[in-house]
Design a binder for this molecule. Structure first.
Ligand SMILES: Nc1ncnc2c1ncn2[C@@H]1O[C@H](COP(=O)(O)OP(=O)(O)OP(=O)(O)O)[C@@H](O)[C@H]1O
Ligand SMILES: [Mg+2]
Length: 234
């Protein structure tokens, strides 16, 4: 369903993604694991149309995403929880959840339906709904960011380092929410990045290892040398 064909991208003329090729099927949880600076966030941003590709294509159900403007990703059912969760502080959590669907032009009934599914998958959000987006702890904010990605992400959900910094109890709740999501929406494709693969609690069906902007062949050992990109952009 999501295919990377020889994907390469630069940031300020330095190669950050190199010849990425992968095919992520429907109904799968895919982890992308790599050290800091490996290119995980850049890969997700490329899917979201937030950076320009130098070469290659990203296909979504066979359709080249190059022809879809970045704001059009939501209409395709692609939800994204960025690494830096951003809740609008002047809106309630419920308004924060509803907003992306409203911007994408969903009807009220469709937004209500998405909210019901989201609360079913992440029941911890129920009590947070009336609270201000500014009044959440780091862990609660991660749950809310997951919820917001689910509101839009009916086909594909991209989660950037969701387990980073979560207390163990919340990490367990988060992985339980992902398993519930997989059982409620079995055809959904989920991509989760992590610097530390052991935080993922084996929630994934498959792990892709990324190093210096390139995917390693399956079972290839991960080098212990530091990323040249970290040195280039301290
Ligand atoms: N705005 C930017 N300007 C310059 N370089 C950047 C920029 N964004 C990313 N990079 C560089 O691109 C490379 C990949 O960054 P990216 O954020 O994708 O890594 P990451 O795997 O998500 O790292 P982390 O685990 O720290 O989140 C890094 O070397 C980074 O320094
Ligand atoms: Mg990152």
């Amino acid at each position: 369903m999501l295919q990377f064909e020889n994907l390469s991208a630069d940031i300020v003329r330095a190669p950050v993604l190199r010849n990425i090729c992968a095919d992520l099927p429907q109904g799968s949880i895919n982890a992308v694991v790599g050290r800091n600076g490996a290119g995980k966030t850049t890969l997700l941003r490329a899917i979201m149309g937030l950076i320009k590709l130098r070469e290659g294509r990203i296909l979504f159900d066979g359709c080249d995403l190059a022809g879809v403007p970045d704001y059009g990703r939501a209409k395709l059912g692609i939800g994204y929880a960025p690494q830096e969760r951003v809740m609008f502080p002047t809106l309630s959590v419920e308004e924060n959840l509803r907003l992306p669907c409203q911007v994408a032009g969903f009807s009220k009934a469709q937004v209500d339906e998405r909210l019901a599914l989201t609360l079913d998958v992440v029941p911890q959000l129920r009590d947070m709904l009336p609270r201000s987006g500014a009044a959440l702890s780091g862990g609660q904010g991660k749950m809310a960011a997951l919820g917001r990605a689910l509101m839009i992400g009916s086909r594909l959900v991209l989660l950037d380092e969701p387990f980073q910094g979560l207390a163990p109890a919340l990490a367990t709740q988060y992985s339980e929410a992902l398993k519930r999501l997989q059982s409620r929406v079995p055809e959904l494709c989920i991509v989760i990045t992590e610097s530390n693969g052991s935080l993922l609690k084996d929630v994934q069906d498959r792990t892709l290892h990324i190093e210096r902007g390139a995917l390693l062949p399956d079972a290839a050992p991960i080098s212990t040398s530091s990323s040249p990109f970290i040195e280039a952009y301290p």
